[in-house]
Design a protein around this ligand. Structure first.
Ligand SMILES: Cc1cc2nc3c(=O)[nH]c(=O)nc-3n(C[C@H](O)[C@H](O)[C@H](O)COP(=O)(O)OP(=O)(O)OC[C@H]3O[C@@H](n4cnc5c(N)ncnc54)[C@H](O)[C@@H]3O)c2cc1C
Length: 518
């Protein structure tokens, strides 16, 4: 008996939707399942790496190279993509999705992956000239607006706000950040660490105004000229960028009568409690764990749902790695591990603070494991603690040793010799890709970054591992050359520079950060 084809309509074509398509291709290659997928995406572009938009602003990634790798296909799975088309109505009685181009798409299961939108700090302020950074079009407009040095105000001292602020400062603007709390990154950092981060930002050319609340935007005729704060202060500015959080895009679900709170309510199985034929994943979904608004939980949801849609039993998965947060800002290194700014109760916590040196490190250890940490201006210690946390292995009982000495063998950085890096070292944290996975991909014939990214998914998340992956590929080119090329003796010290023409949705092709910033 042949299995009937299941019709899936996927609303949204962002990073989580692409992950679902890719994972569907992978799992149905394992177990062929006839699937007919229609993707409806309202952005007119190929899907792209949204995380790297702030890196584009910082000049560390190129706008034209953010396209995500083509999802894996499988025999029996057909995928039709509608770009620049918005789904407007979800008719649950007829099981049809209506779109703004007049088309209708019947479904057996509809998956909502509509993401979120940037929150306006004041209603209607976007119409008054305040800019946001959510889409590739926003990024283009922002780049055009900051093409010459100017006075910029960034509203919001969270992760994205600071990334934007540092990006603008790097482009020569005088930047002030308005932050409501008593210190920046107050959802991640305790006050002392926040103060050190503030000093590091000042050193990078970003002035932070704390307990500063935006009251209105000041305009002169048709031109934005500054902002007014609730305490009466007025700040001149010719560019105002808001980063005041996100709002899940729930409109289509709400109109269809589905339960919506902050996001589209779904149970652990990612289905709406009101209608099991409707699933929601990514930023738009509110699972029993809430709406984190981060990529890793969205990808984990996509992986689970793909198995479910292919009729496969669930597999136990590790918790999504969203407990490690890294600020992607030039000149200000901040990494936090664990939930929230306060160290866990009962853990042995040690702090080393050097405000003059703009360094602050804190680690909490319980049961011989790293359970929380925050590091400002201490890249190497941050990398070591992250590796120790993710490995979950025992660490020296005195936490102070972790801050003073680090864990010399635990970390991976772009400067590490790929020959000595242990095979099991995680290279791409976003996707759990190890050195061995990269080596295996190279041996299987993937010799450029786009091929390795397509097979392993390395570099397709935050892009922070690109340099290390390039180093590994350069090393592998030497130890595993094509048949007509002699291996080189100078494996370990070869410069990591390759010219890869493909798009891979990561920082750029195999070029070192130094080369990029030149
Ligand atoms: C600049 C920036 C930096 C970030 N950095 C990080 C980071 O370092 N780490 C991290 O974890 N997260 C980061 N994020 C958040 C991360 O990008 C999101 O968590 C992730 O993109 C969520 O993916 P998604 O597919 O759920 O939603 P989205 O990426 O928002 O995609 C949803 C898509 O659906 C489309 N859509 C919506 N409604 C409809 C409709 N009715 N019909 C058709 N299409 C529709 C939208 O236009 C969009 O294209 C960052 C976000 C930004 C903007």
């Amino acid at each position: 008996m042949t299995t009937p084809t299941r019709r899936i309509v996927l609303v949204g074509h962002g990073m989580v939707a692409v992950r679902l398509l890719d994972q569907l291709g992978r799992v149905t290659t394992e177990r062929p399942t006839p699937l007919d997928v229609t993707v409806v995406g309202d952005e007119p572009h190929d899907p792209y790496n949204r995380l790297l938009l702030s890196e584009v602003l910082a000049g560390r990634a190129e706008l034209g190279r953010l396209t995500l790798p083509e999802p894996t296909g499988s025999p029996g799975m057909t995928v039709r993509v509608l770009r620049g088309v918005a789904a407007t109505v979800l008719d649950r009685d007829r099981r049809v999705v209506h779109c703004d181009d007049g088309s209708e798409h019947p479904y057996d299961t509809v998956v909502l992956a509509t993401g979120s939108a940037a929150r306006e700090p004041l209603p209607g302020c976007a119409d008054e000239g305040v800019r946001m950074l959510r889409t590739i079009d926003d990024c283009r407009e922002l780049l055009a607006a900051c093409s010459y040095p100017r006075r910029a105000v960034v509203v919001g001292g969270g992760l994205l706000g600071l990334e934007i602020a540092c990006g603008l400062a790097g482009r020569g603007a005088a930047v002030q950040v308005l932050h409501r709390g008593t210190h920046v990154l107050d959802r991640q950092l305790p006050p002392a660490a926040g103060a050190v981060a503030g000093a590091a930002l000042a050193h990078a050319g970003v002035e932070v105004l704390t307990e500063a609340d935006l009251e209105s935007v000041r305009r002169d005729d048709d031109r934005l000229v500054g902002v007014r704060l609730r305490d009466g202060r007025e700040l001149p500015a010719d560019l105002v960028v808001a980063s005041a959080g996100v709002v899940p895009r729930t409109e289509i679900a709400a109109r269809a009568g589905l339960p919506v709170r902050t996001g589209i309510v779904v149970d652990d199985d990612l289905r709406s409690p009101a209608d099991p034929r409707v699933a929601a994943i990514g930023d738009c979904a509110e699972t029993p764990d809430g709406c984190p608004g981060l990529l890793a939980p969205g990808w984990a949801q996509a992986d689970r749902l793909a198995r479910d849609l292919a009729g496969l039993p669930p597999v136990p998965t590790a918790p999504a790695p969203n407990a490690v947060v890294k600020l992607k800002a030039v000149g200000v290194d901040v990494v936090t591990i664990g939930d929230g700014p306060e160290p866990p109760a009962g853990a042995h916590t040690v702090t080393l603070s050097d405000p003059m040196g703009r360094r602050h490190v804190q680690v909490s250890v319980a049961d011989d494991r790293v359970v929380a940490a925050c590091c400002v201006g201490a890249k190497r210690v941050a990398a070591d603690l992250t590796a120790a946390y993710e490995r979950g292995g025992p660490v020296p009982p005195d936490p102070a040793l972790l801050l003073l000495d680090g864990l010399p063998t635990a970390t991976v950085s772009a400067t590490d010799d790929p020959t000595t890096m242990p095979s099991a070292t995680t290279v791409c944290r976003c996707n759990g890709v190890t050195k061995k996975d990269i080596v295996d991909a190279h041996v299987a014939g993937d010799r450029d970054l786009s091929a390795v990214a397509a097979r392993t998914r390395a570099t397709t998340g935050c892009g922070g591992c690109t340099e290390v992956v390039c180093g590994l590929l350069a090393w592998m080119d030497d130890v595993n050359p094509p048949n007509d090329v002699e291996p080189s003796n100078d494996v370990a010290h070869r410069k990591h520079s390759r010219n890869d023409p493909g798009n891979f949705g990561a920082v750029t092709s195999c070029t070192t950060q130094k080369e990029i910033s030149r």
